[in-house]
Design a protein around this ligand. Sequence first.
Ligand SMILES: Nc1ncnc2c1ncn2[C@@H]1O[C@H](COP(=O)(O)OP(=O)(O)OP(=O)(O)O)[C@@H](O)[C@H]1O
Ligand SMILES: [Mg+2]
Length: 460
Amino acid sequence: MSRVIVDIEGMRMFIPMGIVRSPYVILMFVGCIILLLIKNTELALYACSFLVIAGFIAAKMRLKLRQIWLRVQEKNAELNSVLQENLNGIKVVKAFYAEEHQVNKFGDINEDFKSENIKVENFRAVTMTTVLFAYWMVLALVLAVGGIKVINGEMDIGDLTSFMFYLQLLAMPVRMVGWLISSASRGTTCGTRIFEILDTNPNIQNLPNANSKYYRMKGEIQFNNISHQFPESKTKSLDNINLTISKNQKVSITGEAGSGKSTLVQLLLRFYDPVEGEVLIDGINIQKISLGTLRKNIGYVHQDVFIFNETFKNNIKYGKPDASDQEIINVAKIAQIDDYIQSLPEKYNSIISENGANLSGGQKQRISIARTLLLDPPILILDDSTSSVDATTEKSIQDSLKQLEKGRTVINIAHKLNNFSDSDNIIVMTKGSIAESGKNEKLLSDNGIYKNIYNLQISN
Ligand SMILES: Nc1ncnc2c1ncn2[C@@H]1O[C@H](COP(=O)(O)OP(=O)(O)OP(=O)(O)O)[C@@H](O)[C@H]1O
Ligand SMILES: [Mg+2]
């Protein structure tokens, strides 16, 4: 994130400073040298000795500056992420009384950033002073040699004066060279960091022969021998899962935290590809379906709701920008958020703060439900979608959702079992595997994990 902002800014400065000005500086430089050579070749060659020194210093400076600029950009990026962390996590910081810790953290990185910047400036000052010193020495040399020539009558005083004048014209491009080298070093450093991101291939891509034409799926889902392990994890998050969900069935999944419920449905959306096994929808391996078609057919109410800093209307119609106002109101009613929105002065045009800071957890969830319902997907995934609403609201959302579940394949993930009784199949997961499966009555009579959870929830 900070790379995007900080490095692009570095590149942006390079364009006016570097790319636009450099032809002008180079022309001026070459023009002056040619004029000097025409005026007096011998003196011009003395003057050119300076170019060798300046060229050598410039080359060294460029190499060294690239390393320092890299550190400056890294520190700048770190500084930005701490700032972002402070703003986004402001409530956690305050609740844990950790202001001092955050201030110190910011201060330390800021100090490093400052010292790297001072290094750039020191280095630039030393090298540029050396270059300018060499330039003035050459000026003195030319004046001395030229002066002797004038005394000996080998050169006209007017020629020497005009030669000196052209030589002084060189001073401007010489000073500019330092700026150019510095901004070019910064520009290339930033460019390298930006291209590292742009050149990263996403792990999940459309296969070259994927069918890119959109079609509406029927909604039959098969997980065949699915195992999954995250690259940075030591254990499997899913271990040999076999599950078939017929068209228009409702499957409910429960299980302890971290048992792999979200991972399983995210494989269906191809957020990741399984390490082993295959996922089929309507008998087709989902890797052969274009990502656009796949994801438009699946409505996913995520357990971590994300809200955009826009109006209620835009947040709800996010997946269907051309939705009519009536359609938006209809889904908001089903999701039980219409009453609240209508009570606001600007109704559906009221702006929601960044990440929904002015909404309750339950209100955010209801917006997320409305957003998904608007897509009218044949496959609906509800991942702990009513976890942060009160019991009464939960009951009414679930009653409305029941209407919507008709004619769709539904995967309903929840810790609370109160919406499970009408499921065609219930899956209980433990440690990445299916521990129990079957209908509500069967699982209750089996006296296993499901029955245990059920009893615990009843007694609560
Ligand atoms: N992006 C990830 N990278 C590495 N490990 C992950 C990632 N996402 C999940 N995991 C791990 O995979 C396991 C399963 O996680 P998952 O989110 O599927 O659990 P869950 O059953 O949905 O839990 P909860 O009920 O808390 O939502 C966990 O051990 C988790 O730490
Ligand atoms: Mg989960």
